[in-house]
Design a protein around this ligand. Structure first.
Ligand code: FAD
Length: 306
């Protein structure tokens, strides 16, 4: 049995585990894949105090840091369900059941993909999902943003200040982004918005993205756009499918947390991309992991006699 059982081994989970272990708490980490989204990231240039690193390198550092402490890491294990009781019970896909006094959910999120040919092949070589992370790599180049919701138009406005030109491709006949964002995008000279555009393929030269093709749904004609980068902004999906009917979620499926990272169930905390935190970044996930872990410690010292 654990004092703190962390579900998820990304930056939020790793940070939470270190903070818990440093309080002398019996700490476990269950992770489907230790490292999380960071493992899939090529260059990282906004992890403050480290000018430049790479995903796999940061994952190795995270793991080494967690292993400095007495933390039970259970990698390649998926959590299936969470039950409340005298102690919390976490059931794993393997059939194993773990019990803990507190639970810290840090299962992260995944970007919704276009599912078109070339997307996987050029992921990290022109196909990107995070403008805050990868925008500067396309300085002076032409890029596309797929998706005309708030995140797509925000990305277009953000990128337009860095890159030469942005083409926004929206599947529907109109944009779903807030009026104020649309007005701002329309006022910038280097953003073109194309509606009723279904992206059909990512084009490349074998090394990097060189363009994309889309079908104009109003005419059924196919068009090519030459560009160096494609930012896919069609949704970030929190990994909470297994948590329905437990903690309170937003309509988008994000776990609702308070200032201490506590969820609607006392003793269950959450951190990182899986929560309703405002922005999704490594440094933010680590900070919220620390918050939630200290929240769990606080909970434990108040419930220690139970
Ligand atoms: P995640 O990293 O998503 O980790 C979630 C963890 O939970 C994983 O270990 C996963 O295996 C595990 N998990 C999920 N479901 C279960 C389950 N049911 N049972 C057990 N374990 C489970 N941010 C930056 O700050 N800078 C960047 O340069 C940057 N570049 C990025 C590039 C890419 C391609 C991507 C995808 C993201 C990038 N980000 C970047 C965002 C950053 O990676 C995330 O904000 C951060 O990883 C979130 O951390 P997290 O711990 O909350 O979740």
């Amino acid at each position: 049995s654990f004092d703190v059982l962390v579900v998820g081994g990304g930056p939020a989970g790793a940070s939470a585990a270190i903070y818990a272990a440093r309080k002398g708490l019996r700490t476990g980490v269950v992770a489907d894949k230790f490292g999380g989204q960071v493992a899939e990231t090529v260059g990282i240039e906004n992890f403050i105090s480290v000018s430049k690193t790479e995903g796999p390198k940061l994952v190795a550092n995270l793991e080494a840091h967690v292993k400095d402490y007495d933390v039970d890491i259970m990698d390649n294990q998926r959590a299936l369900s969470l039950k409340s009781g005298k102690q919390f019970e976490l059931e794993l896909e393997s059939g194993a059941k773990l019990t803990s006094k507190t639970i810290l959910l840090a299962t992260g999120a995944r970007w919704r993909e276009m599912n078109v040919p070339g997307e996987q092949e050029y992921r990290g070589s022109g196909v990107a999902y995070c403008p805050h992370c990868d925008g500067p790599l396309f300085k002076g180049k032409r890029v596309a943003v797929i998706g005309g919701g708030n995140s797509g138009i925000e990305a277009a406005i953000d990128l337009a200040g860095i890159v030469e030109h942005v083409t926004v491709l929206e599947f529907d006949a109109s944009l779903r982004a807030d009026e104020v964002l649309q007005r701002k995008a329309n006022s910038m000279g280097n953003i073109d918005i194309i509606t009723q555009a279904m992206t059909t393929e990512v084009l490349g030269d074998g090394k990097r993205v060189t363009g994309l093709t889309y079908t104009d749904r109003s005419t059924n004609e196919s068009h090519n756009v030459e560009l160096a980068g494609i930012f896919v902004q069609i949704g970030l999906v929190p990994n909470t499918e297994w948590l329905t009917d437990t903690v309170d979620l937003t309509p988008r499926g994000e776990i609702i947390v308070d200032g201490k990272g506590e969820t609607s169930i006392p003793g269950v905390f959450a951190a990182g991309d899986v929560t309703n935190s405002a922005y999704k970044q490594i440094i933010i996930a680590m900070g919220s992991g620390a918050t939630a872990s200290l929240g769990a410690f606080d909970y434990l010292i108040r419930h220690s006699d139970e």
